[in-house]
Write a protein that binds this ligand. Sequence first.
Ligand code: 5RP
Length: 240
Amino acid sequence: MYENLSPQDAAKYAAGKAAVERFAHDGALLGLGSGTTSAWFVRALGEKVAEGLKVVGVPTSTSTRDLALSLGIPLVDLNELAEQGLKLEVTVDGPDEIDHEGDMIKGGGACLLWERIVAEASEKMVCIADNSKLKDKLGAFPLPIEVIPYAWKATRNSVRELLVDLGYSEEVPLILREREGGVVVTDSGNYIIDAHLGELRDKVLLDTNLNWIAGVVENGLFSGIAHEVIFANPGGEVEV
Ligand code: 5RP
């Protein structure tokens, strides 16, 4: 249905379609990721729903919610599922970077908090990506850290202290994310600090210690979360 795509979009669409083929069966409860790659998964899912497939989705952002609703994909509040003790079968989401261990940096679209909550409420998290996202080392992409707006500069100082303790340079840029002259506000009303670390070390230590800092809500280092990765190239070749 979608034609004349750029090579990168063709790869993202191929990865999204492959995830739909593998996981979208009648009755499936699916977490719907955010970002441009996940949007292709949602569009591919929308095609199947238009053909009669019966699935229910939980979006990981307001933008994915709006896209899914525009395509006629039924959605449910994650609280309703949780009340019934239900988990999602699988959440499909894209990374900003992924390494050979399946660890990822996420949050380039500022949706990391809901993405992580939905992933944890799922039996399985599946990462979809075009080949350009695969890196030997994570960290060229700045690590997003979602912080409470109250006294965010004090929280940033605490982040810096932690980074120095972990052996990173005192000069690591910790930049409040802004777009078009305004501060980016997440779907939960928080700010994002982008940590330009260059190369991540001690990923588990970094992830857990960041989240211990008062004022940090979540960080974009998704370590040990992906169960499966689907890579695609612009020619439509898919590797799981
Ligand atoms: C949003 C995300 C996205 O999944 C991530 O930024 C990847 O985006 P894209 O598929 O557009 O490269 O984490 O918070």
